[in-house]
Every structure is written in C-alpha cells, then in structure tokens.
Design a protein around this ligand. Structure first.
Ligand code: HEC
Length: 139
C-alpha cells in the first residue's frame, strides 16, 4: 500500500466513520438492548443521589404503656399485635363484663391469637387496672 493509492487513503479516512456507523446500526438492530442500556444508566444515576442523601425516618416513640401490674406483660404481648395499647388505656373505666366481651371479640371476631387459657388472666388484669372498680394502690 502506498500513500498515493487513492483507495487506501480513502479507506483509511473513512474507516473510523464507517465503524461508528456500523456501531449505530448495531444498536439499531438491537433496539431493546439499546433501550436497556439507557434505562440501566438512568436507573444508576437516579438511585445514586437518593443513596447519597439517605432519608432517615424517625418514628415517634410509643406513647402508651400499660400500667405495671401482674399480667401487664401478657396483655401487652397479646394486645399490641394489631393496635397500640392506647385502645385499652383510652377506654372509659368500664366493668369487667366489658373487658370480658372486648377480649372475646378480639379473639373471635378479629382473630387475635389468644390462647383460651390466657383469657381469664387478661380479663383480670384489664378489669383491675382499667375497670370500673377502684384501681389497686399504685405500686
Ligand atoms: C388480631 C388483631 C387484634 C388483636 C391481637 C387485638 N385487637 Fe383489639 N382491635 C382490633 C381491631 C381490628 C379493632 C377495631 C379497630 C377499629 O375499629 O378501628 C380493635 C379494637 C379494640 C378496642 C376498641 C373498642 C372496640 O371494641 O373496637 C379495644 C378496647 C381493644 N381492641 C382491646 C384489645 C385487647 C384488650 C386486646 C388483647 C387482649 C386486643 N384488643 C388485641 C384487633 C385486634
């Protein structure tokens, strides 16, 4: 090949462009792959800033805890599964029959997984600490 060979010169000159064109054609032939590459790139740049300034969510502390008394742990464990203990502590002082009914309702209508053997202890605690009868002296 000599420098004055016009074909060789034009080939050398054109080849880089030809390569680009054939690259573009390749993408054109695989539009899905091309779109995937673009989407992947967008995904990377869109996720990145979110990571950099990671969002911190602080939940407010649980405001209510049941009164400390025998049975409090059992009741908390059984009753906090679906809702906060506010549901208990914000009720008006109601008679034992109400609490009996509430526990049975939670168990039978709402599906609370309360063992039959725990019902009495739970009702006792609720009636004593959140019932209509005078509350026991604070410990
Ligand atoms: C399986 C889920 C579940 C569990 C466990 C559960 N509850 Fe409930 N509780 C509910 C639902 C549902 C409601 C109705 C919520 C509403 O109306 O917004 C409710 C409401 C209440 C209320 C409000 C009055 C009423 O009757 O609607 C009280 C009081 C209550 N629950 C007490 C308890 C006690 C005490 C326990 C533990 C022995 C308990 N819950 C456990 C699901 C549950």
């Amino acid at each position: 090949m000599t420098n004055d060979d016009p074909v060789a010169i034009s080939r050398g000159f054109l080849e880089p462009q030809m390569t680009q064109i054939s690259q573009m054609k390749k993408h054109a032939r695989h539009p899905i792959r091309f779109i995937c590459v673009i989407c992947g790139f967008l995904a990377v740049i869109s996720v990145h800033p979110a990571r950099a300034g990671s969002v911190k969510i602080e939940l407010p502390p649980e405001t209510a805890a049941l009164k400390k008394a025998p049975g409090a742990e059992l009741v908390t464990a059984q009753c906090i599964v679906c809702h906060s203990v506010d549901y208990i502590s914000t009720q008006p002082r109601l008679p034992r029959a109400y609490w009996q009914g509430a526990v049975t309702k939670m168990q039978q209508k709402f599906g609370a997984p309360i063992a039959a053997g725990d019902v009495d202890a739970i009702v006792d605690y609720l009636a004593k600490n959140y019932g209509a009868e005078p509350a026991p002296a604070a410990k």
